[in-house]
Design a protein around this ligand. Structure first.
Ligand SMILES: [Cu+2]
Length: 166
């Protein structure tokens, strides 16, 4: 009997150790229906920079395709979805008028150099450590409020690279 208890305690502590990394990540995960939004992060902006970049990972746990159709935020009157891609040796930016498709069972990652969110005409700089509130609206899963955690990304996209012309 006592040995059983000890064994249970040991199994429990192992289970907690395995869970610990997952628990750490929970704070930055959001759900809308069967869509999971992981780690929304925004790039810290430079002084005077009019646009901010945002990123996250979408996971569709459902059996139906869905689509991220719009993003709104109190810090920007126009939040757009963009895609960057190489055309020859030129990096091209494209505004995604139809949003971002999230096929059934798919994981779609927004990251510097690829799909991203663009906060146009931001009302205040994005400072590292702060959060940018936004609402993501999916065609089927509906709307979900998220917080983009502002992080210092490596230099690159979203800094005076012609975004304001989009
Ligand atoms: Cu962009």
């Amino acid at each position: 009997m006592e040995r059983d208890m000890k064994r249970h305690a040991r199994i429990l502590s192992v289970a907690l150790l395995l869970l610990a990394p997952a628990l750490g990540a929970v704070a930055q995960e959001y759900k809308a229906g069967s869509i999971e939004i992981q780690h929304p992060a925004a790039k810290a902006t430079l002084p005077g920079q009019p646009v901010g970049g945002g990123f996250f990972t979408l996971v569709n746990h459902g059996a139906e395709a869905d689509r991220l159709v719009s993003i709104t935020s109190p810090v920007s009157g126009d939040v757009q979805m963009h895609e960057m891609s190489m055309q020859g040796d030129v990096m091209k930016m494209r505004k995604l008028e139809d949003g971002i498709a999230v096929p059934a069972g798919a994981t779609v990652t927004l990251a510097p150099g690829g799909l991203h969110v663009m906060f146009m005409g931001i009302t205040a700089p994005f400072r590292e450590g702060e959060s940018v509130p936004a609402t993501l609206t999916f065609e089927k899963a509906g709307a979900v409020a998220v917080e983009f955690k502002v992080e210092a990304f490596k230099p690159g996209h979203a800094g005076g690279d012609g975004h304001t012309g989009n």
